[in-house]
Design a protein around this ligand. Structure first.
Ligand code: PLP
Length: 368
């Protein structure tokens, strides 16, 4: 029986040629032409002047928070539904992530609930564009400005998403991206910070390279990190940027096939999504059981697995994770997170695969 993978990289362009070029030219470490080219291409893709590549999306987030001056004892507002790295990056700084419930149409931080969580210790907000859907940056910018907070976009899952014709990556004080193997574009492992602020960009570069003074080699005025990307990873990134528009289109097409086939199915709901000014991208396509919780979801996923269809559960709420456990209630996150199933989303999924996945889903839902 054929298995349909949940996610897989699409390496159909110049990836092999550029990686071989690194090996043939002996430039395999973190200096090399592909690092510069990847940063320049990614900056221009996001419509910003500065992009600083890192070795993964988590270090990109950590670097951004350190560069913004986050310190022990500070607080940062973070959506309750996200991947753990968003909260962990805050914790690495000795600061506290304070969770905010989500909006059920977009699964992103609910701006209407943000102000109630602001205290004198709050320094900033991290807006996550979850699963490729842009967060409501306009509303969040107004709140951030009113309270003197910074606003970071965690755009790990949303390369190419837009609000009002502007790409994510250009909508906050800075933004971070991941290029892990399952992302819309990948470098195996990799990350990026983007910003319009030249001073912040210089600080990010300084901190990324162990804090070494750019004008005085082996002089370290600050405690920095080794969060550099390699030329080999960046070579993959350049090749991926050459085909990113086609990748985004292919994912849009896949989502449209899912929507077409899922429309007649009973027992499932989808998020309503986007304001008209937003372009969501399809990092992962999710469906939600109309009834039941985690146990029923596990049965549905197990049955799909037996039929050769790989799925995964939606992220768990942050407030349930042992390091961040809090008695506070987050009803929207709790309800949606327990019912969400991610279906195969990558460029290798064919129209016939989608027919098969949705037929099997219908059969499984009828019997579960
Ligand atoms: C929302 C979010 N933030 C941060 C990260 C961290 O990126 P990485 O896995 O590249 O460290 C991810 C990665 O999956 C993510 O989904």
């Amino acid at each position: 029986m054929r298995r349909i993978a949940l996610a897989q990289p699409h390496l159909a362009g110049n990836e092999r040629a550029y990686v071989l070029d690194c090996i043939d030219s002996n430039w395999i470490s973190s200096i090399g032409k592909y690092v510069t080219e990847f940063e320049q291409r990614f900056a221009s893709f996001c419509g910003v002047p500065h992009a600083i590549a890192t070795n993964n999306g988590t270090t990109a987030l950590h670097l951004a928070l350190v560069a913004l001056g986050l310190q022990a004892g500070d607080e940062v507002l973070v959506p309750d539904l996200t991947y753990i790295a968003t909260a962990n990056a805050v914790q690495y700084c000795g600061a506290t992530p304070v969770f905010v419930d989500i909006d059920e149409h977009t699964l992103n931080i609910d701006p209407a609930l943000v102000e109630a969580q602001i205290t004198p210790r709050t320094k900033g907000i991290i807006a996550v564009h979850l699963y490729g859907h842009p967060a409501d940056m306009m509303a969040l910018q107004l709140i951030a400005r009113r309270h003197g907070l910074w606003l970071v976009e965690d755009a790990a899952e949303a390369h190419g998403a837009e609000i009002g014709g502007r790409r994510v990556g250009s909508l906050g004080d800075c933004a971070t991206f991941s290029f892990f193997g399952n992302k819309i574009i990948t470098t195996g492992e990799g990350g990026m910070v983007t910003t319009t602020d030249a001073a912040l960009a210089a600080r990010l570069r300084l901190l990324r390279g162990q804090g070494m003074d750019p004008d005085r080699r082996y002089w370290f005025p600050v405690v920095g990190f080794n969060y550099r990307i390699t030329n080999i990873q960046a070579a993959l990134g350049v090749a991926q940027m050459e085909t990113v528009d086609a990748s985004l289109d292919a994912r849009d097409r896949l989502a449209a096939w899912y929507l077409e086939d899922l429309a007649p199915l009973e027992g499932l709901v989808l998020t309503k999504g986007t304001q008209p000014c937003m372009r969501r991208v399809h990092w992962m396509f999710n469906v939600f059981l109309a009834d039941g919780g985690e146990e029923r979801r596990a049965r549905v996923m197990e049955a799909l697995d037996q039929r050769g269809i790989e799925t995964r559960p939606m992220f768990y709420p942050m407030h349930l994770m042992p390091p961040y456990a809090t008695p506070d209630r987050f009803p929207v996150t709790t309800s949606w997170a327990a019912r969400g199933i991610t279906l195969p989303t990558h460029q290798g999924v064919t129209r016939d695969d989608v027919h098969y996945i949705c037929q099997q889903l219908q059969a499984v839902l009828g019997g579960s």
